[in-house]
Design a binder for this molecule. Structure first.
Ligand code: CP
Length: 313
């Protein structure tokens, strides 16, 4: 039976209970305060080793996990794919087994292949945290997004959340859909037909091929980057056309509630999916999302370490 106060791994939000998601967010509330102190360090992960195993590029997620681990007093090892022996043909599994020979406790992994974190979790005796596996899942991003919504709005239940853009290639959208529905929020999706997933009708969400009906009366609008690196070919005529039809500008934002939060997981394409004016407006919580990411990742690392029996209480 799932213990909501521990995590054996964190691979996806799909299947995670409301109690466990709530527990992660509640733990993060306590950890957020640590980053406000002059000495930003607490001891629970003393003697714990966390490997940051990033095979795909990252700014926010990798640094945020490293800051989170260090604030919990863990030791961190950074693995850089471009300077590793992966480039000499060593397999992912052999690479991971060699890392394991150095006795780490937790592996935080980002990879371009869907299922990569699960693959490792079934073969390696460490706690595995998925930091993004291709278009499949990005659970800590969705957790920090939900943390930010709950902190600002006081609840998740009943919130009207619009997710706009390249839904088909977005692990952020997929994890948010699972997490938000588990927590009782209402989800609306909008994007060009070419960027909407084929199986989306399996989910209790509303789907729109225009931005306006999706953001009308919304409590939160989450804009997504077009993931050109995951597309075989262009799925829209031009950036300019995309910005005109699906980009969020001040005029379109007036359709949402006056206190609607504007979110974006980053990296942003300013002037494409979001105008600089909106990205830098008082309604934007984009940098709060990044700040909250540290607290949420501290909570996740702590709960995985607790499951492994290596945390200090
Ligand atoms: N939001 C996010 O995953 O950003 P990075 O790719 O920079 O980690």
């Amino acid at each position: 039976m799932e213990n909501p106060n521990t995590l054996n791994h964190l691979l996806a939000l799909e299947g995670l209970s409301k109690e466990t998601v709530t527990s992660i967010l509640d733990h993060a509330v306590g950890f957020k305060e640590v980053s406000k102190r002059r000495i930003k360090k607490v001891p629970p992960l003393r003697g714990v080793t966390v490997v940051l195993f990033f095979i795909e590029n990252s700014t926010r997620t990798r640094i945020s996990f490293e800051v989170a681990a260090k604030r919990l007093s863990a030791d961190t090892l950074n693995f850089s794919a471009s300077t590793s022996s992966l480039s000499k043909g060593e397999t992912l599994l052999d690479t991971a087994k060699n890392l394991m020979a150095m006795q780490p406790d937790i592996i935080v992994m980002r990879h371009f292949a869907p299922g990569a974190a699960k693959f490792l979790s079934e073969r390696i005796p460490a706690g595995i945290v998925n930091a993004g596996d291709g278009p499949h899942a990005h659970p800590t991003q969705a957790l920090l997004d939900m943390y930010t919504m709950r902190e600002r709005k006081g609840r998740l239940e009943g919130l009207e959340v619009a997710i706009v853009g390249d839904i088909a290639h977005s692990r952020v959208a997929r994890s948010n859909i699972h997490g938000l529905l588990t927590m009782g929020a209402k989800v609306r999706l909008a994007g060009p037909r070419t960027m909407l997933p084929t199986m989306i009708d399996r989910f209790p969400v509303s789907v729109h091929d225009r931005i306006e009906p999706a953001i009308e009366g919304a409590d939160v609008v989450m804009m997504l980057r077009i993931q050109k690196e995951r597309m075989g070919k262009d799925l829209f005529p031009s950036d300019r056309e995309y910005a005109r039809v699906f980009g969020l500008d001040s005029q379109k934002l007036k359709l949402a509630k006056p206190d609607c939060l504007v979110m974006h997981p980053g990296p942003m394409n300013r002037g494409v999916e979001i105008t600089p004016e909106v990205a830098d407006s008082t309604q934007s919580v984009i940098l709060e999302q990044v700040e909250n990411g540290v607290a949420v990742r501290m909570a996740v690392l702590f709960m995985v370490a607790r499951h492994l029996g290596v945390s200090e209480e």
